[in-house]
Design a protein around this ligand. Structure first.
Ligand SMILES: [Zn+2]
Length: 314
């Protein structure tokens, strides 16, 4: 039975890994040209969707959503009860800088350290911290673009730690003008060999690092957003609809259109009939770095529950 479970997990993970590499441009996404590199950049182009999660992810977040709905006193009361027993989450983190020959030397350890600070500044208020264990620098013209099998090869060579450790790959020439993407959690059996979860981790456009060239997106918060996916959060505009489950988190307003920039005045309202103003300051929207401010209490509750289910036991 154990080997059968292993095979099923491998099959699920293979499906998940191939889906990750299928880029589908949503009609709601737009483009801009980075004035420094003259590269056409998609607003995020993150394309992380609930169906991309690995084994047991989707059924787990559906159950957690229902659990909070049915808790006495509603979602907030459930959250407060749980927080009383909360233990801080400390995450071993590995950065991997992948550079083309032409861009070798573009990224410094100082920038990597500032990137770590950006992660901690965003997450520390919620009891989540990141400890940088290592930063690797690799010059490889194919890996620095990270398309398809090249990214798989880079991860196979570089991924460090276990399934509970965060690996972020910063690419100097990320294909398609994407800002970043990441894998969602998956039910990987504790003790499974690293080959089973080698694709786990986030890809981030190197120009979004603090002091990077990507105007509007160079405060390191693309990595904050992508790490949110790694921890199990979906976009606040998941489903691009004012009806349905959305992101399966009840204290984020429904949002049918992802946000470009920071449209605070007048307020952006994509679902006027339901929850009002869009959550443009939430890290799981597509807003600019300066616009990002916070996660909601139930997003943090979701992170903690998924951490305990999927990652902590490694
Ligand atoms: Zn995203």
């Amino acid at each position: 039975m154990k080997s059968l479970a292993f095979l099923a997990a491998i099959a699920a993970f293979a499906t998940f890994a191939s889906a990750r590499n299928t880029f589908v441009l949503n009609s709601n996404e737009t483009h801009f040209v980075d004035p420094k590199t003259e590269q056409t950049v998609r607003y995020f182009g993150c394309d992380v969707q609930r169906g991309h999660g690995g084994r047991n992810f989707e059924e787990t977040i559906k159950k957690l959503h229902l659990k909070h709905k049915h808790s006495k006193g509603g979602p907030r009361a459930a959250h407060l009860t749980r927080r009383q027993t909360q233990t801080p989450i400390s995450i071993n983190t590995y950065f991997h800088v992948l550079s083309t020959t032409a861009n070798a030397g573009l990224i410094t350890q100082e920038m990597a350290n500032k990137q770590l600070t950006a992660l901690n500044t965003a997450y520390n208020p919620y009891g989540i911290s990141f400890v940088l264990k290592d930063t690797t620098f690799t010059t490889n013209d194919a890996w620095a673009v990270g398309s398809g099998g090249d990214m798989d090869a880079a991860k196979a060579a570089l991924r460090a730690g276990t399934y509970k450790d965060l690996n972020i790959y910063f690419l100097t020439d990320y294909y398609g003008g994407n800002l970043g993407t990441c894998t969602l959690p998956s039910q990987v059996p504790p003790g499974a060999p690293p080959s089973m979860y080698v694709s786990d981790g986030c890809n981030v456009n190197v120009n979004t690092m603090p002091d990077g060239s990507m105007a509007g997106y160079n405060m390191g918060k693309t990595a904050v957003h992508e790490t949110g996916h790694w921890l199990g959060l979906l976009h606040t505009f998941e489903g691009y609809s004012c009806t349905g489950d959305g992101d399966l988190i009840d204290d984020t307003p429904m949002e049918s259109v992802s946000t470009d920039g920071c449209p605070a005045k007048p307020a952006k309202v994509s679902c006027p009939e339901t929850t009002g103003v869009d959550p443009i300051h939430n890290y799981m929207d597509y807003s600019t770095d300066e616009c990002y401010e916070s996660f909601t209490p139930l997003q943090i509750a979701r992170i903690e529950e998924l951490w305990n289910q999927f990652r902590v036991n490694f």
